[in-house]
Design a protein around this ligand. Structure first.
Ligand code: ADP
Ligand code: MG
Length: 359
């Protein structure tokens, strides 16, 4: 995927309500050909409704869903097409396999319904089982497979129809942690290998970050930011994104040219990026940018409440007088401070992200 890759799918001002609930609220997005795109947000923010609208199982109230025409051809208005005529496949959150059918029959089912010839079906099923690494399980029944293997069968079934766009709704949520990590890599490899554009829905930010080329963060039916994982993390557009992606220390105050003036704590350094001196603002500092320093460099001073060891790194939580939440700092290896110690904290000004306060 490159920046110049054309849009495969364009959503413009898409809105869908259920009664008083705006499940999808004025969503505009471009999904590029061959990208691995993630829709990320908390439960209930509208991810499934958006996916179902793209697939055609939900009728939006307003807005457009188009595939821009290539080589001078006109745009395709997907809203005018029933689900089965859209070049799209949706893999449901609960991907039910047929329990009485073998793996290969499960995968072949959709192709047989399209009345493809027997030999064509056989070769395509064989190919796709090879792609997902299940050739030796072709004759097995779903009950004889592990969770991860069943997931692969569902993927094979979705890919074998060669959609241009594959939509996956929380595809890995049924798997335990370790298998999930494996399948994240597997999904990424698959997407690359088969050259199909993937849109994966997840509420798990680490999952989205580990797989996607770009991520749309959603909240209350609205897209908050669309960016690469790195840009979302380093340049969150608002406090929701900063809070949802990774962990962060947030300080409320008023915007100043060199940072944010926080009552009780003073001027905390940050890069404002924009004007609006005096307006309500939040300064966000990631735990890994929060450094333990000597007294002469201190921006904040407090007492160590707790240290936690996570294997390769440790987190220390510091009680800073005048600030309600503990301030957290991540260190490589084991923490070099002990509980109860007095510590000084500081960060580089360009590691302080200044955002407009949200009500
Ligand atoms: N068929 C429906 N009828 C009524 N409300 C619905 C329906 N589908 C979704 N909703 C509501 O729309 C909102 C978004 O739901 P959904 O798209 O399932 O979110 P997500 O997939 O992000 O968890 C929620 O408030 C949900 O309760
Ligand atoms: Mg959902």
């Amino acid at each position: 995927m490159t920046e110049t890759e054309p849009a495969l799918l364009s959503l413009a001002h898409l809105t869908k309500s259920f009664g008083d609930t705006r499940a999808v609220d004025d969503v505009s997005l471009d999904i590029r050909a061959n990208e691995f795109f993630a829709l990320l947000g908390p439960s209930g923010c509208g991810k499934t409704t958006l996916l179902r609208s793209i697939a055609g199982f939900e009728q939006p109230d307003s807005g457009s869903i188009t595939m821009p025409g290539q080589d001078g051809k006109p745009d395709v208005d997907l809203r005018a097409l029933p689900p089965e005529r859209r070049p799209i496949n949706l893999m449901f959150q609960s991907y039910a396999l047929f329990p009485h059918m073998s793996v290969e029959k499960n995968v072949a089912y959709g192709l047989e319904r399209e009345r493809l010839g027997k030999s064509e079906v056989r070769s395509r099923v064989g190919e796709v089982l090879d792609t997902v690494g299940l050739t030796d399980k072709a004759k097995a029944r779903p009950a004889q497979l592990s969770g991860g293997q069943r997931q692969r069968v569902a993927l094979a079934r979705a890919i074998v129809k060669r959609p241009r766009l594959l939509l996956l709704d929380e595809p890995l949520s049924a798997l335990d942690r370790k298998v999930r990590a494996e399948m994240q890599l597997e999904l990424k490899r698959l997407q690359h290998e088969v050259g199909i554009t993937f849109v994966v829905v997840t509420h798990d930010q680490e999952e989205a970050m580990s797989m996607a080329d770009r991520i749309a963060v959603m909240h209350d039916g609205r897209v908050q930011q669309v960016d690469t994982p790195v840009d979302l993390y380093q340049r969150p557009a608002n406090t929701f994104v900063a809070d949802f992606i990774g962990s962060s220390n947030a300080f409320q105050g008023t915007r100043q040219p060199a940072g944010v003036d926080v009552p009780g704590l003073g001027l905390l350094p940050g890069l404002p990026g924009g004007d609006g001196t005096g307006e309500a603002a939040v300064l966000v500092v990631r735990p890994e940018d929060m450094q333990v320093v000597d007294a002469d460099r201190a921006v904040l001073t407090g007492e160590v409440l707790d240290t936690q060891f996570f294997g390769g790194r440790s987190t220390i939580a510091v009680a800073v007088p005048g600030h309600a939440a503990p301030v957290t700092a991540t260190q490589q290896g084991t923490a070099d401070v002990v509980r109860g110690a007095r510590v000084h904290l500081a960060w580089l000004p360009d590691k302080g992200v200044v955002l407009r306060a949200q009500e």
